[in-house]
Design a protein around this ligand. Structure first.
Ligand SMILES: Cc1ncc(COP(=O)(O)O)c(C=O)c1O
Length: 396
């Protein structure tokens, strides 16, 4: 008899591919190899000093105990105020603060989906969506949204995917991995299609502060009357404030849902880290100058990345309107030999780029779309340049 045989659930999820790619890169680094790492979606900046100070102050003033499960009232109120001012009237009771937006998404899915339900996910999608849906027993319904339509879902695609079992649509604008941002008109058209149905929406807006040129991100729930009642809005401090390790994200949901999400959290993790919550409060209500400085750096990096991609043989890229990823179309290299290895798909491409050129990218297949390699430009300019020098040689 096997002891501790794994639950059926173990078949449903795979380790996060981005973290797996990061681990492969780390392994090479531990062997003394200088890897140019573009795999992780993690800003390289230090967390702004005022936020660090707020954490120190919290620690020193005894804010080191359990907090209410859904978060400290100060942060929930500040977030309610923040969303209300931006056109989404929100009560503090509708805000649930969690250990990162990833846990917010998990809690939200646990709260509203289960066996028999379908969750519509436009692809390319962020690696964790499909597995988090499966973990609840629901079925992800992946809808391919190709490059020719800017990697965005059309209202007709949504309508065609809806069945009597559809519970939720998951959208992510600005998008990881493509950087696509729905325009207001595109989002409104999708919202209208949603309003024809009984389907709810999980709108992951974690990259909302990072858009380029005159593009802006929109809070989905604000676009039409009636959307807020069926939408769970997700965001957090990881990407906008370089706070990935602090683990603070949040959800804004109708009160019945936020109440249950808080109850789930109370049984799962008790509460998000007390000190991080005080730091996140400072991030949300404090000066925003560092956000502007970081954004400026991303603007310059994006420009350099696009300029260098244009010089790579047989690689193209739809310029990202938001987030900090370039989703490179590398499919022309399939069927060729690179670094001495035959390349048939995005996994071969990325694994060989890592082994032969020491450049870490993430394969498009991890995001539910074949033919692409995602490069995160949340890294310094010198590394970006060295990475492209290596890729140029690799592809020559
Ligand atoms: C689209 C998207 N949603 C959510 C998250 C999770 O962020 P957090 O660090 O707050 O858990 C990420 C992180 O990579 C992301 O890219």
């Amino acid at each position: 008899m096997a002891f501790l045989s794994l639950a059926e659930r173990s078949r449903l999820i795979a380790p996060s591919a981005t973290l797996a790619m990061g681990a492969a890169a780390k392994k090479l680094k531990s062997q003394g190899i200088a890897v140019m790492d573009f795999a992780l979606g993690e800003p390289d900046f230090d967390t702004p000093a005022n936020i660090q100070e707020a954490a120190l102050k919290a620690m020193r003033s005894g804010q080191t105990h359990y907090t209410p499960p859904a978060g400290i009232p100060e942060l929930r109120e500040a977030l309610a105020d923040h969303y209300t001012k931006r056109g989404l009237p929100t009560k503090a009771a509708q805000v649930v603060v969690s250990n990162g937006a990833k846990q917010s998404i998990h809690n939200a899915l646990m709260a509203v989906t289960g066996p028999g339900d379908e969750v519509i996910i436009p692809a390319p999608y962020w690696v964790s969506y499909a597995d988090l849906v499966r973990l609840t027993g629901a079925t992800p319904v992946i809808v391919d949204c190709p490059e020719s339509q800017g990697f965005k879902m059309t209202p007709d695609q949504f309508r065609a995917a809806v069945t009597p079992r559809s519970k939720l649509l998951m959208i992510n604008s600005p998008s990881n991995p493509t950087g696509a941002v729905y325009s207001k008109a595109e989002m409104e058209a999708l919202a209208d299609a949603v309003l024809e149905t009984n389907v709810g929406v999980l709108s992951d807006e974690i990259y909302e502060a990072l858009t380029y040129g005159d593009v802006t991100a929109h809070i989905f729930a604000t676009l039409r009357p009636g959307l807020a009642e069926r939408t769970i809005t997700i965001s957090g401090v990881s990407k906008s404030y370089a706070m990935t390790g602090w683990r603070i994200g949040w959800a804004i949901a109708p009160e019945s849902v936020s109440k249950f999400m808080g109850d789930i959290q109370s049984q799962e993790t008790s509460n998000p880290c007390s000190i991080s919550q005080w730091a996140a409060l400072e991030a949300v209500v404090g000066p925003q100058d560092d956000v502007a400085t970081m954004k400026k750096a991303f603007v310059a990096r994006r420009a350099r990345v696009l300029e260098r991609i244009a010089k790579l043989p047989d690689v193209t890229c739809v310029p990202p309107d938001g987030a900090f990823y370039a989703y490179m179309n590398v499919s022309k290299h399939f069927g060729r030999t690179l670094g001495g290895k035959p390349i048939k798909d995005s996994t071969d491409f990325c694994m060989t780029a890592l082994e032969a050129a020491h450049v870490a990218l993430v394969m498009g297949s991890a995001f539910g779309s074949e033919g692409y390699a995602r490069m995160s430009f949340a890294t310094d300019m010198a590394t970006i340049d060295r990475g492209f020098d290596a890729l140029e040689k690799f592809l020559a």
